[in-house]
Design a protein. Sequence first.
Length: 391
Amino acid sequence: MVYFINWYGSLNFHAIEALASLPQPRPDHIERDEILIVNIWKNITKGIRTNLLSLAWLESDKDNAFGCVKQLFLLKKAHRNLKVLLSIGGWTWSTNFATTAASAASRSTFAKSAVTLMKDWAFDGIDIDWEYPASDEDAANMVLLLQAVRDELDAYASKHAPGYHFQLTIAAPAGSSHYSKLRLADLGRIVDYINLMAYDYAGSWSSVAGHSANLYANTDIPHSTPFNTDDAVKAYLDAGVPSHKLILGMPAYGRSFIGASGMGEPHSGVGLPNKALGSWEAGVWDYKALSKQGLEIMHDEKAQAYYGKYQSGGGICSYDTPETIQKKVSYLKQRGLGGAMFWEASGDGRGQESLVGTSFRSLGNLDQTENLLVYPDSRYRNIASGIEAGV
């Protein structure tokens, strides 16, 4: 699974999975708890360089879908095992989840709105990314919200796609302070997959340089591994999540620390001295950009993690390499996990340097069930007709 973001600045993306937003302040005519879409023009308007899904601000056609929606549908037609899910929420857009999940009426409105977007855009399921339920009440309501979405997906399938199973997935935390609040066994019962966000273990909030996505703890340098993936995986499995439903998340980006001479050492900030601070956030670098930064690659055997030292001095950067991905795929196979997930598509490298490609080659056996191409009640005429008329 690969996340595709369509809401961040003017970046161009090639990808698999689209994101929507939760409600923000809305016009009076929009019902509370319906889902609003960020950059709707990017989703439905005509585009120019469609091989990269780069979208221009051109005229819209209210009767047909263009932009990302059309291109993703065409990808589904060309690759029948490709499933496209609508991911709702995320770090920036989780504010209203607690309120939305708090009552049966609001949960129903949310579920119906989500499924309407899914079928209009010809997607194959829904991903919920609530960051994060903060109380036992939130955790209980999260289960109820997911059940409402599951029921709505099944009701739509029964009426319009008999025999087809729309997927329901969630993005889930790897930090114990967050996952300890969740009803993990219930989540494992309702959803198809739990995408474990096994990254961002260290960053600008850390007092010392640390690994951002290490498999294990380094007991020799404990401050360098405040979290580790193995502990999180064990916690989910011990709580009753079926192993085949747990997906191991991996980052297609790195986190840098200025002034740190090594892991577990103090740093003076993030980013790079006398250069741009990051690809899209201070201290956060797309994986594809790291090859140009003169890094001496180092391996932490105990943590099973790689990082780079800037040869000109000035800091280090924690990131996954193709070798890391191979080790992580070997780990998830040994644990019987369901597969790999990446955040996010635009940061990946190309060819043999591609992290997603390395994962694909290492996994060797992917889901081959077919996607759905028939959405007769989509609001968009070209989607409803299967884009047969060249629109």
